[in-house]
Write a protein that binds this ligand. Sequence first.
Ligand code: PGA
Length: 257
Amino acid sequence: MTKAGFMRKKIIAGNWKMYKTPAEAVALVDGLKKALGGQTAVDAVVCPPFVSLTEVSRVLAGSGIALGAQNLFWEAEGAFTGEISGPMIKAAGAEYVIIGHSERRQFFGETNATVNRRLKAAFSYGLKPIVCVGENLAEREAGKTFDVVKDHVTGSLAGLGKEDMNTVVIAYEPVWAIGTGKTATAAQAQEVHKFIRGIVAKLFDQATADALRIQYGGSVKPENAAELMSQPDIDGALVGGASLKADSFAAIIKNIA
Ligand code: PGA
């Protein structure tokens, strides 16, 4: 409970990245459904590759586990070979969409401006965005963590209204902790999460900031999830590697529920 009286429900999302064929995806969510047994204490989301969305959505029906995509293009349709739109993702059964993951920023030219366009598209098609921000190792070592995070948050959220913020989740993912086994300490993560909440309070208002869910991402595992999630401003996790096995993803959820 925050001082404003908000109770933020934890949200744990699995970012499968470019792993799992459709058949493997179905097997994984089948296992996850069994392992989680309809728990509702935590919002659980899985984000498989686009080609598995429809089938995974069918398997997840009635399970209480939500579905997300890993990216979207901002146009609804058109001559954009290789792109996938918000309406397509929505029709495939997804409720969430990850936007601006550091791998997209690093390998696919994603910038704050393109993140912002995707974000606005997500709203217009009724998708709930999980917006990723975070510094890389060189930036952290140069003492620029807060500048980079502030730039990502303000640039990504530019022009949004308070009502848009009701559906936004921000994921703080220090790039040096992604897939490296090097987790930020709970104190390091908390410091940045609190900073992000402060920026959102300035950009919008305190109530919006208090209601915002901020996930931590970067080598989250069953063994470290509970400590991270016990921090006052950490409201969930975006999990890569450990979301690819039903038992480890379920253990993360159980350990914090
Ligand atoms: P990781 O990935 O859990 O494998 O570090 C997290 C992410 O990139 O979202």
